[in-house]
Design a protein around this ligand. Structure first.
Ligand code: MTE
Length: 385
């Protein structure tokens, strides 16, 4: 947890980096270097070449996915409500939250809509037209959600924990908050890489407004939608949240009719995924050996790490194994590099990956109406001459 004092210092020109005070105000306030799909709300992703510069994604290169404009929150008046199936409901100020044990977790956040635009080849999908940059790996500072829930005394019949943001989203003629929901068993993990955090820091600096200042959840292994920004309320319940973003959106449906919505469950874990980051799609390449870089994310299942990344320049006849770069950790991506030979017959480069829990990228993913979880072989067109 970044303390209130440190937050104030940050706004006055001093930030925390790697646990020590530094005299640069850059980290928290550095301008975003992203390609914007929209502003107000902000939806933006980095250039892929920027994304593979480091295993920890600098905040300036970290994608932003928001359904409404950033709310303005006064940190001094801020209170986190903890309600529902608890014996001791609470309203906690940021100062109150500083009592809990500090945790720092490195985890990849990825939007369920990452690579959505690839579905359009088969049938138009609405929503932000993400390429493959809606992913980033950061170190998150905060406290464990479980510690706060334990203090609130969750009742034995509780099954789910809901999160509610302080943003105001126009939906169906009204205003709703963004909501998330996770099973109680996940919520009660109190330490280690799988533990959900109530985070107020990202890469050693206070959260920026785009990433949920002053407080958000960070749920390792789950799609980004469960990591609720501008967190204002936690509700413990015997069922998943009825919020639109749990009960309807973020489900895999072919048709958007009420029956399919009701029949499908919310997406929790993300599947394995990988992409080429350099060279760029449609690059002009000379016949011969070329250098490739990219990322790979193992399935968000506890204990799962990357097994292999394979690249083909001849439509899958031969596969070259990539070299992993960076740390090999559950809930975190890895960067990779490879050398492959391209010929005049090479029309596209393809990538697939395997992980330690049997996760693999399929050749094709069935189309779904909202364009989620696109993790088919990454197929990148190139021109060789
Ligand atoms: N939380 C709130 N309150 N409002 C939102 O629109 N978007 C979600 C999630 N949390 C969202 C939210 C989605 S879909 C994603 S992918 C992540 O935030 C993105 O987090 P980031 O913008 O910090 O990268």
């Amino acid at each position: 947890m970044i303390t209130r004092r440190e937050m104030l210092l940050a706004s006055g020109g001093i930030v925390i980096a790697g646990g020590t005070l530094t005299s640069s105000r850059a980290t928290a306030e550095e301008a975003k270097q992203l390609v914007y799909h929209s502003t107000s709300p902000n939806n933006a992703e980095p250039e892929l070449a920027d994304l593979v510069q480091s295993w920890i994604t600098p905040t300036k290169h970290f994608y932003v996915r928001s359904h409404a404009p950033n709310p303005t929150i006064d940190p001094d008046a801020f209170e986190l409500k903890v309600e529902g199936m608890v014996n001791r409901p609470a309203k906690l100020s940021l100062k109150n939250l500083e009592r809990f044990k500090n945790h720092s977790t490195t985890a990849t956040l990825t939007c369920a809509g990452n690579r959505r635009s690839e579905y359009n080849a088969e049938g138009k999908v609405g929503g932000v037209q993400w390429k493959s940059g809606a992913i980033g790996n950061a170190t998150w500072q905060g406290i464990s959600l479980a510690d706060v829930l334990k203090e609130a005394e969750v009742t034995p019949d509780a099954k789910h924990v809901w999160f509610e943001g302080l943003d105001e989203i126009e939906k169906g003629g009204g205003i709703i908050p963004f909501g998330g929901s996770i099973p109680i068993a996940k919520a009660m993990i109190d330490s280690g890489p799988a533990a959900p955090l109530l985070a107020n820091g990202m890469n050693g600096a206070p959260l920026t407004a785009d990433h949920g200042f002053p407080l958000r959840t960070l749920v390792p292994g789950y799609i980004g939608a469960r990591s609720v920004k501008w967190l204002g309320r936690i509700v413990v319940s015997d069922r998943p949240s009825p919020n639109h973003y749990v009960a309807t959106a973020y489900k895999l449906v072919k048709n958007t009719d009420p029956i399919e919505w009701a029949e499908s469950g919310p997406i929790y874990r993300y599947p394995i995924n990988a992409a080429i980051c350099t060279p760029k799609a449609d690059s002009q390449l000379a016949v011969g050996e070329i250098d490739l870089t990219g990322y790979v994310l193992p399935t968000g299942r506890p204990g799962t790490t990357v097994k292999k990344v394979l690249i083909s320049a001849d439509h899958g006849k031969r596969w070259t194994e990539a070299t992993m770069v960076g740390k090999d950790r559950e809930f975190c991506w890895q960067l990779w590099s490879a050398k492959v030979k391209v010929t005049a017959a090479t029309k596209r480069l393809m990538v697939r990956a395997l992980d330690s829990s049997g996760g693999f990228m399929p050749y094709r993913v069935p189309w779904n109406a909202k364009g989620y979880l696109q993790n088919s072989w990454y197929k990148m067109p190139v021109q060789v001459n």
